[in-house]
Design a protein around this ligand. Structure first.
Ligand code: HEM
Length: 422
């Protein structure tokens, strides 16, 4: 499709009905739905949560370009002369009050250029390769404890829900250890993240206020008594940071790290276990040579759970996939469509744990490439391997068709995974 500068996702030149990213078509079968969009055109139209139509980018090379070309910005306010507000328009759409909207609008994924680089640098020190490698024994310990509890719960052949008993508790324990959130406070973080990931407008202001108060309280405690965690490191960095990191910015960073760092990893674990149970031949390959796990988690990540990245905004008029995109337009990179693009991967929807899938875009790419990717890979490798080693006879306790799926903005995941431990 070629379009003119006057073109917009709603225009008559773009006649196809926009696809709702959280609608039933993509929920029922994301691979098929994204394949249809990808084969329809490199750039199609779609909506998110019933908002205005946006450009959706469906193919691998174009998605990489949107994620890495400075023509596309993450903050609508970075569009020169665009007169747009800070942060995702969905905040306005959902009526999020201004006293808390900054916790999302000023999160690093919604900033560009120097303000983005400054925040990213401040937290990067907690996610260096060395720091992640140091976490490995702790991840092994957390995993082993949870597997013991599961063995107890499933002792008499009772089904165990893997999501609740394993996929959720592993990542929340790891990220909270790293950031400095005490064990007693973790359940409330789970509740807050859930409201956020479901974009429940009516509860959002309350949970953001509760969360900000809580983080300020933890900051005060760490100031009095520092520990080896991210919050203490940020307090130390306040002194070094030329722009003086404010407490409010620190709240925003902590909120970003804990929420970004656990639910997504929960989804990766649940979806991966299901994928491997459905492909015993692939599990066999891993059993035969456990050194393949490192590569396998890259392939599992390629095939899910990420569906799309945050919208980007064209900083100027730009040609993409044969479409002229006007300055200021929202453009959504469809990561799952890119990761299953046959132009890039042979037989793309087939799980192949021996495939070199490192080039996938499931963690995004460019300046906003997932800061926690090395940690998420390590968690998945340790947790999945330990799970299948401990319970070699693991099987689904219900029919595959009975499994409940949940769509979250950006992600798809199995919501419950009842298993027999064998
Ligand atoms: C399997 C688990 C994970 C998935 C699927 C995932 C996915 C993503 C994706 C797709 C992006 C790019 C968003 C965009 O460009 O619009 C991203 C960014 C980010 N992720 Fe992750 N992530 C995971 C784990 C983690 C963990 C464990 C952490 C924290 C330790 C984390 C922290 C972040 C942060 C802070 C960003 C924003 C980076 C920036 O804007 O510079 N993520 N993640």
């Amino acid at each position: 499709m070629t379009a003119t500068a006057a073109n917009s996702p709603e225009s008559a030149e773009n006649p196809a009905e926009p696809i709702e990213l959280l609608g039933p078509e993509l929920a029922a079968d994301p691979y098929a739905g994204y394949a249809r969009m990808r084969e329809q055109a490199p750039v199609v139209t779609g909506t998110l949560l019933g908002g205005p139509p946006m450009w959706m980018v469906t193919r691998y090379e174009d998605v990489r370009r949107v994620l890495s070309d400075p023509c596309f910005v993450a903050n609508p306010a970075s569009v020169p002369g665009g007169g747009m507000d800070d942060g995702p328009p969905v905040l306005k759409q959902m009526d999020v009050p201004s006293d808390v909207a900054d916790l999302i609008a000023k999160a690093m994924m919604n900033l560009d250029g120097a303000p983005h680089a400054r925040l990213r640098k401040l937290v990067s020190r907690a996610f260096t390769a060395r720091r992640v490698a140091e976490m490995r024994p702790r991840i092994e310990e957390i995993t082993a404890t949870l597997l013991d509890r599961m063995a107890e719960a499933g002792r008499d052949g009772a089904p165990v829900d893997l999501v609740e008993s394993f996929c959720y508790p592993v990542p929340i324990a790891v990220i909270c250890d790293l950031v400095g959130i005490d064990e007693a406070d973790r359940p409330q973080w789970h509740r807050w993240s859930r409201v956020l990931s479901l974009m429940q407008a009516e509860h959002l202001p309350t949970i953001l206020r509760e969360c900000a108060d809580h983080v300020l309280d933890v900051i005060a405690r760490r100031r009095a008594e520092p520990r080896d965690d991210l919050i203490s490191a940020l307090i130390e960095a306040q002194e070094e940071d030329g722009d003086r990191l404010s407490d409010r910015e620190m709240v925003c960073l902590v909120f970003t790290m804990v929420t970004a760092g656990h639910e997504s990893t929960t989804y990766l674990l649940g979806n991966s276990v299901l994928a491997l149970l459905e492909r015993p031949d692939q599990l066999e390959l891993l059993r035969a040579d456990p050194s393949r796990w490192q590569q396998a988690v890259r392939e599992l990540m390629r095939l899910g759970p990420t569906q799309f990245a945050q919208a980007r905004y064209a900083a100027e008029e730009v040609e993409l996939g044969g479409v002229t995109i006007p300055a200021g337009s929202a453009v959504v990179p469809l990561l799952l469509a890119a990761n299953t693009d046959p132009r890039k991967y042979e037989d793309p929807e087939r799980l192949d744990v021996c495939r070199g899938a490192g080039s996938h875009v499931g963690f995004g790419m460019g300046p906003h490439y997932c800061l926690g990717a090395p940690l998420a890979y390590q968690e998945a490798e340790v947790a999945l391997r330990a799970l299948f080693d401990r319970f070699p006879g693991l099987s689904l306790a219900v029919e595959r068709e009975e499994l409940p799926w949940a769509l979250r903005p950006g992600f798809t995941r199995v919501a419950e995974l009842p298993l027999l431990l064998g």
